[in-house]
Ligand binder design. Structure first.
Ligand code: NAP
Length: 343
């Protein structure tokens, strides 16, 4: 069987995670890694017994590499993915796909013209709570409204690359997994409104905390309201989500990010009564490995890209539209033609 010869750029949490998944799969072989951090780059290379290449520009050009995993910070996803695609490599890029919608479109176009796989690491799309909401939503009729509150902890309280608008993008880009969740569960959006408040925003792009809101209308009907609070001292990520449908009501309260246990409460209310629902037993760690495995199937067997890269692109568009609406104090239309579907 042909093996995918893979290279990894970035030597942090996701670089290690993707390398671990690849090393456990017979269909893949890690060839080399690269990172701008020589210490952690070498440590990653040593852990998997592979070469550490200086500079991703060299790594993407290598003839012995079929696929590149881009696990760097958000501001370098698009340039590295583009260079890899231009060099004829398949790409697994961590979210967000890009920090600009035009870049996201260009990457999709490049991959499709070259017949290469462009897969975004939206692992949360395979996690139990998301799958359960998606499945229940499909059986409850038309969506009327979804309302979510998300809180993300400071993780130590110091400066963080994830609270820097220049390096990581605005809050809904950092929290793009939640935006992706809404799009994957309820379909594309037609317009977006938003507010965005930063505490301690510096010229360098760093800020202490933020409060952002997003209001959106779905192409297929129904509205979304999302409140996203970052940088406050809470012990863990929290999410509450209320979903109203023509035939019932769903409510979710849980731990959405990095949960080892996939814990949370999902309740369904219909004419038949109130029922607490179980999730598929898929934690984020399991989902992440499944996502890497799916990437290998796409490269080797031509299996369709799931989750679709188009949804990853739309998530970037929605996240930036929320920030644009906040800055310009006006609704942003996403250019999607309403195409009402009967559910
Ligand atoms: N799927 C998921 O569940 C999930 C979870 C967390 C994060 N993510 C996404 O994955 C990405 C990586 O997150 P992480 O948690 O792994 O971050 P991290 O632990 O900070 O690691 C990022 C790594 O990339 C390196 N790097 C940054 N910019 C680079 C560049 N221009 N060229 C080469 N190397 C560069 C960093 O080097 P330095 O040491 O020099 O900074 C570091 O080694 C993020 O975009 C994030 O949105 C996904």
């Amino acid at each position: 069987m042909k093996r995918v010869r893979a290279a990894i750029v970035g030597s942090g949490g996701m670089g290690h995670a993707r390398a671990a998944h690849l090393s456990l799969d017979d269909r893949a072989q890690i060839v080399c890694v690269s990172s701008r951090n020589p210490v952690t780059g070498r440590a990653l290379a040593e852990r998997f017994g592979v070469e550490c290449v200086e500079g991703w520009e060299h790594l993407v050009q290598r003839d012995d590499v079929d696929a590149v995993c881009v696990a760097t910070h958000n501001d370098s996803h698009a340039p590295i993915a583009r260079a890899a695609l231009e060099a004829g490599k398949h790409v697994l890029v961590e979210y967000p796909l890009a920090l600009d919608v035009a870049d996201a479109d260009q990457l999709i176009d490049l991959a499709s013209r070259s017949g290469l796989v462009l897969h975004v690491g939206h692992d949360q799309a395979l996690v139990g709570w998301h799958l359960a909401i998606k499945q229940e939503a499909a059986a409850l009729g038309r969506l009327l409204a979804v309302n979510s509150v998300l809180a993300t902890p400071t993780r130590g309280g110091g400066r963080s690359v994830w609270r820097n608008v220049k390096l990581s993008g605005p809050p809904f880009i950092v929290g793009i997994a939640y935006v992706f969740h809404l799009l994957d569960a309820f379909g594309p959006m037609e317009w977006v409104d938003g507010t965005s408040t930063y505490e301690g925003l510096e010229d360098s792009g760093y800020y202490r905390s933020s409060v952002s809101t997003l209001t959106a209308s779905f192409v297929n009907g129904g509205v979304a309201q999302l409140l996203y609070i970052r940088g406050f001292t809470v012990p863990r990520d929290e999410q509450e989500q209320a979903m109203m449908f023509s035939d019932g009501f769903l409510s979710y309260r849980g731990y959405v990010s990095g949960s080892p246990t996939n814990e949370g409460h999902l309740t369904r209310v219909t004419r038949a009564g109130v029922q607490r629902l179980d999730f598929p037993a898929v934690t984020l760690a399991v989902a992440s490995r499944q996502n890497t495995e799916h990437f290998l199937s796409e490269v080797l067997d031509g299996v369709p890209v799931v989750p679709p890269t188009r949804t990853s692109r739309d998530a970037v568009a929605v996240a930036f539209a929320a920030e644009q609406a906040a800055q310009e104090r006006g609704r942003v239309y996403l250019g999607r033609t309403p195409e009402r579907q009967v559910r």
